[in-house]
Design a protein around this ligand. Structure first.
Ligand code: ADP
Ligand code: MG
Length: 317
């Protein structure tokens, strides 16, 4: 199959057919109608052997390459609309492409995104996705937190890291937990609806891609505040709690990434609204600490002190 028939077969009709796409896949560039306001743009790359192991399921790779970008949009409270896909593969493999495009395009359809262009090249397996959208009613940034505000996280932390431990046979849980943890690694749920709903209430937000300590650290630095976190309040799934019962600790929940939950701050006066929002969305939102005037991140609570120093997120360089 030629490069062009490959694009035609797998990527021409991918995601939602949006009325605002004037020219999609097939010309030298795409053209879209923008309604007004501000464009929001982000890009994220997944590299085989770095972001996913060699031989990972193609549909999972397709799903995750879009999901990690959607998570960035969630953290901004922005609405995604269009995507481009730069795909580098060692060879043209029909079966793999079918799986990949199915994982990617199903999530695109679910989130109302049209794939409008991209690039296809030969080389080590690398998937680079750019997401473009608009910000309607404002946006959230990393830099808006003030001192004495509550810090929250969505969902539960550490599951994706435990999923990787399962893949590497470093941790062997019961089969139900095994499946749950692997799905948290392979299929993170971008918190788009939460991000949008937080616009009136949160002061700052970030998505947890590299680990809570690292990503909250970015938020604190951008906002020029510090924080105290109570490690006993970290939201842990039942699967993670069973890992604790078997002698595990909270390191994965604190400092390993890939969960793609949101971490955000809000003034104390917004606490009730945030709890109501969590109940509405049937999503766990946990208050884990407070921002402080003094900079730096302090970890309190059971064994908190021992987490206070060297843990940090994944660094490429
Ligand atoms: P050019 O050589 O002009 O850059 P290409 O041959 O790379 O064009 O691509 C032809 C068309 O297919 C373009 O519209 C491009 O955006 C689209 N395209 C290429 N690869 C992909 C892909 N992996 N996913 C979606 N669209 C793609
Ligand atoms: Mg061209």
């Amino acid at each position: 199959m030629s490069e062009f028939s490959l694009i035609e077969r797998y990527f021409r009709q991918c995601g939602t057919g949006r009325a605002d796409v004037v020219l999609g896949v097939g010309d030298d560039a795409a053209i879209v109608d923008i309604s007004s306001g501000k464009l929001v743009v982000c890009a994220d790359t997944l590299v085989e052997g770095v972001h996913f192991p060699a031989g990972a399921d193609a549909a999972d790779i397709g799903y995750k390459s879009l999901a990690v970008n959607l998570s960035d949009f969630a953290a901004m409270g922005a609405s995604p609309k269009w995507a481009t896909l730069a795909l580098t593969m060692t060879q043209e493999n029909d079966h793999w492409l079918q799986g990949f495009s199915q994982g990617f395009c199903a999530l695109a359809a679910d989130t109302g995104i049209a794939l409008v262009g991209g690039d296809t090249t030969r080389g080590p397996l690398t998937v680079s996705v750019q997401l473009i959208g608009e910000s309607g009613a404002g946006w959230l940034t990393r830099s808006g937190a003030l001192a004495e505000q509550r810090i929250y996280v969505s969902g539960s932390l550490g599951d994706a890291a435990l999923g990787l431990q399962c893949l590497q046979k470093e941790y062997v849980p019961g089969s139900e937990d095994h499946d749950y943890l692997l799905s948290r690694l392979a299929r993170p749920q971008p918190r788009l609806a939460l991000g949008a709903a937080l616009l009136p209430w949160a002061s700052a937000a970030i998505d947890i891609s590299d680990g809570l300590v690292s990503d909250l650290g970015h938020l604190l630095q951008a906002s020029d505040v510090g924080a105290v976190i109570d490690v006993r309040k970290l939201p842990l799934s039942p699967a993670y709690q069973r890992y604790l019962e078997h002698g595990g600790n909270r390191d994965f929940a604190l400092s390993f990434g890939d969960d793609y939950e949101l971490c955000f701050t809000a003034p104390a006066g917004h606490h009730q609204q945030i709890l109501a929002l969590a109940a509405d969305m049937k999503l766990t939102i946990s208050a884990i600490g407070w921002t402080t005037q003094d900079t730096g991140l302090r970890l309190d609570g059971e064994h908190g002190a021992e987490y206070a120093s060297p843990v940090c997120g994944y660094r490429h360089f």
